[in-house]
Design a protein around this ligand. Sequence first.
Ligand code: ADP
Ligand code: G6P
Length: 344
Amino acid sequence: LRNKGIERPVIIGVAADSGCGKSTFLRRVNEIFGTKVSQSHTPQGELVTVICLDDFHTLDRKGRAEKKVTALHPEANNFELMYQQIAALKEGHDIMKPIYNHQTGLIDPPELIQPNHIVVIEGLHPWYDSRMKQLLDFTVYLDISDEVKVAWKIQRDMAERGHKLENILASIESRKPDFQQYIDPQKKDAIAVIQVLPTQLIPDDKEKKVLRVRFIQREGIPGFQPVYLYDEGSTIDWIPCGRKLTCSYPGIKFHYGPDNWYNHDVSILEVDGNFDKLEELIYIESHLNNTSTKFYGEITQQLLRNASAPGSNNGTGLFQVLIALKIRQLYEELTGKNIAPVLV
Ligand code: ADP
Ligand code: G6P
């Protein structure tokens, strides 16, 4: 390991239901590290390797259909192998990781994966097995409310893939019990949660184009200093619209303050509404503290670089960038290394 310059692989867990923005988030993480990523089944860059936990499915598509279990059910996943292999990577060993082929629904021959500076494991169950928690240096949960999940699925599967509305709704319904039992509880002990809710700015909004997004940040975690607005520990409501920020209907509203999340002390930063002009985010950025940026404007620059990615004009994109910066800082603290910021 040492001869590859890896002191200690840093392991990050990213949990969410499928179609909830994991790939979009990981694209933003890779942008922060600024290195090219391979297009292979398991994306690998100079610093970051991203393992999709669907690879630990024990039952292929046919097997799940026969046994009538969803991909979310523990019976369809090999948690023992997941733990063994991630632990091995963390200790610096190569692994032969299975591959789940999303096109065919079959389990393909395994591939060689080597340890990397940062290994992200993303999927449905990164820390469902409690032993996994000890391996993970940082945990992120993308918590998308049902209303918003439905809107995103309709957008992608109906508009882009031509699926029928009733099939989309039926598929969401059939996954719900397992989702609630096996996936959702992981949000209780994540270090960072991005919660996506319908807006409160438009009464009875049907479109779900305007979102209320909350960044839930655990207090007291070594190497993680929550981002705050104005004054750490105070409770603040902020409407930045006026001379400095262009806001069309229904405007933008921020909130910040200490809170409680499943018996954990947290700080919550919240934004409801869309940003009209991304360049003006620099004004928002100037009021955020503990952001782990390396220069003033880095957050705005990152959002502008990925302007076309889903969520760049609202809290989902902003908070994804903030978490990516936190991952960079944690990596630097754990390894003593310095990552040069990406300049354009
Ligand atoms: P996953 O990797 O979890 O399956 P993706 O990042 O591929 O999710 O996102 C799936 C789809 O969900 C996107 O194509 C987009 O339609 C929608 N989506 C994801 N994140 C957002 C967002 N922040 N705002 C709006 N739509 C989003
Ligand atoms: C993966 C995803 C699941 C999805 C499944 C498709 O495992 O993580 O969220 O449901 O693929 O399964 P299917 O049985 O529809 O092929």
